[in-house]
Design a protein around this ligand. Sequence first.
Ligand SMILES: CC(C)(COP(=O)(O)OP(=O)(O)OC[C@H]1O[C@@H](n2cnc3c(N)ncnc32)[C@H](O)[C@@H]1OP(=O)(O)O)[C@@H](O)C(=O)NCCC(=O)NCCS
Length: 116
Amino acid sequence: MTDPEPDSSRWRGSDWARHRIHHPDFAVPPALAAYPSHGHIDLLPQARGRGIGRRAMAFLEQFLAASGSTGIHLEVMPQNDDALRFYKAIGFDVVQVPKRCVYVAKRLARAPAIAG
Ligand SMILES: CC(C)(COP(=O)(O)OP(=O)(O)OC[C@H]1O[C@@H](n2cnc3c(N)ncnc32)[C@H](O)[C@@H]1OP(=O)(O)O)[C@@H](O)C(=O)NCCC(=O)NCCS
């Protein structure tokens, strides 16, 4: 996977994601300290609106809680109203981080380890 050129105005498609992979930012803002796990979800259009996102997030939350994580956060583009409604529907709160994107976050209850 190639690193896209530095000029972001020339990026196309998923170049932003390739750039993130080649230039990761591991700093967690203090407002997100209670939610150390970082998630992403992006379903193909034909898979949306069928309950898959809800089930995928429930599985991820259970897996992370069983692994000892206290919480999860995800970054959301502020104009992505559909995603913000989705996260609200599955129990996430918006966490404002100054000079950064919008984040949604959820505390995870302690859970027993998943067998297998
Ligand atoms: C956002 C996304 C992950 C949601 O997954 P999904 O499988 O479509 O959502 P679900 O069918 O599981 O919906 C779960 C709940 O979220 C809410 N919801 C989901 N999509 C919604 C929408 N477009 N508008 C309003 N509410 C929505 C509904 O209330 C739904 O509750 P219900 O089960 O009682 O109807 C998926 O649509 C997606 O990948 N979108 C494009 C990429 C994206 O925006 N990712 C997030 C980047 S931060």
